[in-house]
Design a protein around this ligand. Structure first.
Ligand SMILES: C[S@@+](CC[C@H](N)C(=O)[O-])C[C@H]1O[C@@H](n2cnc3c(N)ncnc32)[C@H](O)[C@@H]1O
Length: 213
């Protein structure tokens, strides 16, 4: 496997499941009141300064669309061209581009806020500091960051999903304290964290941080 074989595998996997994944998440936020509230709060924080807000690892764009409905100039970036095709089809008024958080092609200090929901879960530990370095670089000083991720320990190779389609994608579970420590090292201040579904076998976490000036 080449150094970035995992990235290529992730792209191919999400290309394969894009249509079924989009069906799976289309209305998923309806049953997630805490997540919706967090998005409203994030929109409030990011909207204060005005300017574009990036949804990194946006998938089919359902969260980007919610941010747009909340009055934010949101746009999406995703590794998977098939996901971006679907996002453009389902949300024709919004901007979506193919790209990777490992090589974020955005200008320095160009976004007023950045969100990454359940996309960092595919980035191996050794690459997370570089990704957070990109997040800091592209955010304006004091810009808010909102992360969502699976809570736990260890990494698993997911070999099928979303209707039984073949996948080859690593999923990394992490403790919020570990993610917070990486963020502090990258120049962020942690402002809040919330544990979602703590009684589930794999809870979720969302973490609000802010780029230090
Ligand atoms: C579990 S889905 C989450 C999608 C969406 N954020 C949501 O909440 O439904 C993971 C997404 O992250 C994307 N992704 C994985 N690695 C990425 C990377 N290096 N850069 C950008 N997107 C990535 C995948 O293509 C996929 O669309």
């Amino acid at each position: 496997m080449s150094a970035d074989g995992w990235l290529e595998d992730t792209r191919t996997s999400y290309d394969t499941v894009a249509v079924s994944y989009a069906d799976y998440v289309r209305d998923s936020l309806d049953g997630e009141p805490y997540l919706r509230s967090a998005l409203a709060l994030f929109a409030d924080l990011a909207g204060t300064g005005g300017g574009p807000v990036a949804d990194v690892g946006c998938g089919p764009g359902q969260v980007t669309a919610v941010l747009h409905e909340l009055g934010i100039d949101a746009f999406g970036i995703d590794l998977s061209p098939a996901m971006i095709d679907l996002a453009r089809r389902d949300h024709p008024g919004l901007r979506f581009e193919v790209g990777s958080m490992t090589d974020l092609r955005l200008a320095d200090a160009s976004v007023a806020g950045l969100l990454a929901f359940w996309s960092l879960i595919h980035i191996p530990d050794e690459t997370v500091p570089a990704v957070f370095g990109h997040f800091r670089r592209v955010l304006r000083p004091d810009g808010p960051l909102l992360l969502g991720f699976h809570v736990g320990d260890g990494s698993r190779l997911k070999t099928q999903g979303y209707g039984g389609h073949p996948m080859k994608v690593w999923v990394h579970r992490r403790q919020p304290d570990r993610v917070a420590a990486w963020l502090r090292d990258a120049g962020f201040t942690i402002e809040a964290q919330m544990l979602l579904h703590p009684d589930d076998s794999v809870p979720g976490a969302i973490l609000f941080a802010r780029r230090q000036p």
